[in-house]
Design a protein around this ligand. Structure first.
Ligand SMILES: *Cc1c(COP(=O)(O)O)cnc(C)c1O
Length: 465
């Protein structure tokens, strides 16, 4: 047994705020509070430097799909590092794990995918896609087709192209100008836009915004449409069932490329190998990262459909694009072992037919809590909305004021109750490890309910309810 208090938390926090610049962080506020120091993971649990055990409802950051502490992962990485820690794939060379991984990804993805381009992250995958899409149309002799249509509140990464593709207002407000030739339509959020409509009606309306925008831009200027099958960072926004098939119809009608950003949805997260299969669409390009290695080592990439590959690999010569770490042998070895685990343990089927439906039932039951106005899930992503007053029609629920960050309060009580749940405004979201069992789902939902009770008591005390 490890001693529980072998870490000097205060000293680590002091060094942290002195030198370590965190992603998406207000450092002034962080320095006052001090960061929580994570030191160990096993299965679905994390331990911090004070010895607290926390159930990780977010799989790290949507990625630790096989859970923490899998020794076959460290073995695979160790072996590859000893044999060949690095070599590039630029100058007519290749390496065995990259080749094997490309072949395996082709095997587990839909039939239009026969090629894979590797990157180091999801952001780089989307940067690669922007360059591929525009190069594709140049080679087709339709270079004026350069506009990529995305959606408000989408998340496609933090590089300049990723941030430009994304629809996060807070990101567009900083560090501009953004990459030109990228525009955004509304997101398919039933809660936001579906008042007075059924979900299916709203799905068609929201997809129709794409056709409207294509009309405004002129179809001959439009290169592609990009979307996450289910929006993740935007707050687990699950589109109505009618949405994606209609998007596919519109893309086909105007001949524009369809891109699925599956950085979260890929590798079983929604109970299918890729979310696009579940949504009934056939994208030309898929961005992946996160779950491909379960986060054990950074890796991302692009599944390149035949339509695009055949043009890029045709008479155009070199496609002048690539990263030092494209096809990194150690990262690819980690991905091979991760996918072997997903296959062996039948995690995709388990989420589709057993634990996913069970999560829907147990998490969905939280709707009886006085704070919860709406709760939904898809595979192993789920979210609930905190409301000040519930109503029979979800659009009539009363919201907290802009000076009442109920989500932030709730997130704190989740931590205190030993469960990690993320807050996006008033929406509380989870994306648990795919290995989570039914008993562990009960444990997680129990901790969430306890935290909701604590939040309710606190909000009453503050006079927000
Ligand atoms: C996380 C994420 C990205 C960015 O991936 P990074 O590895 O952080 O660069 C892109 N798209 C989606 C949908 C994501 O969730």
């Amino acid at each position: 047994m490890q001693p529980q208090n072998q870490y000097d938390t205060g000293a680590i926090q002091k060094l942290d705020s002195a030198h370590y610049m965190h992603p998406f962080t207000d450092h002034h506020a962080l320095a006052e509070r001090g960061a929580r120091v994570m030191v160990r993971g096993d299965g679905i649990y994390l331990w911090d430097s004070d010895g607290n055990q926390i159930l990780d409802g977010m799989s790290g950051l949507w990625c630790v799909n096989i859970g923490y502490g899998r020794t076959s992962m460290s073995d695979a990485v160790y072996k590859q590092m000893q044999q060949l820690p690095f070599y590039n794939s630029f100058f007519n060379t290749t390496n065995v794990p990259a080749v094997q991984l490309a072949a395996l990804l082709v095997e587990v993805s839909s039939s239009q995918f026969n090629h894979v381009f590797f990157t180091g992250s999801g952001s780089e995958a989307n940067d690669t896609i922007v360059r591929m899409v525009r190069r594709y149309w140049e080679l087709k002799g339709e270079g004026e087709r350069h506009v990529i249509i995305s959606r408000q509140n989408a998340y496609h990464g933090s590089t300049i192209a990723g941030a430009s593709l994304g629809g996060m207002a807070g990101m567009h407000a900083q560090g501009g100008p953004m990459v030109p030739g990228i525009v955004h339509i509304g997101q398919p959020s039933y809660l936001e836009g579906g008042r007075g409509m059924s979900e299916d009606e709203f799905g068609l309306v929201a997809a129709g915004w794409l056709e409207e925008r294509i009309g405004e831009l002129g179809p001959h200027n439009v290169a592609a449409f990009i979307g996450e099958p289910v929006q993740g960072a935007g707050g687990v926004i699950i589109p109505p069932a009618t949405y994606w098939p209609e998007i596919q119809r519109i893309c086909d009608k105007y001949g524009i490329l369809l891109i699925a950003d599956e950085v979260i949805c890929g590798f079983g997260r929604l109970g299918a190998w890729f979310g696009s299969e579940l949504m009934g669409i056939k994208p030309d390009l898929i961005a992946f990262a996160k779950g491909v290695t379960s986060g054990y080592i950074p890796l991302g990439g692009v599944l390149v459909g035949d339509r695009v590959f055949d043009v890029l690999a045709g008479q155009g010569g070199d496609f002048n694009h690539g990263f030092t770490y494209s096809g990194h042998p150690v990262a690819c070895a980690a991905a091979l072992e991760n996918i072997r685990i997903i296959l062996d343990e039948q995690l995709v089927q388990q989420v589709a037919h057993d634990t996913g439906p069970y999560l829907k039932q147990q998490f969905g039951a939280l709707i009886d809590h006085p704070l919860v106005g709406y709760a939904d899930s898809c595979g192993f992503v789920a979210g609930l909305n905190l409301v000040r007053r519930k109503a029979a029609i979800v659009h009539d629920c009363e919201h907290f004021g802009s000076e009442q960050p109920a989500g932030m309060v709730c997130r704190g009580y989740m931590f205190d109750n030993g469960v990690i749940m993320r807050a996006v405004g008033e929406r509380m979201i989870i994306a648990p490890p795919l290995v989570m069992t039914r008993a562990q789902i009960d444990e997680m939902v129990g901790r969430i309910r306890a935290a909701l009770d604590d939040t309710l008591a606190e909000l009453h005390k503050r006079g927000w309810m």
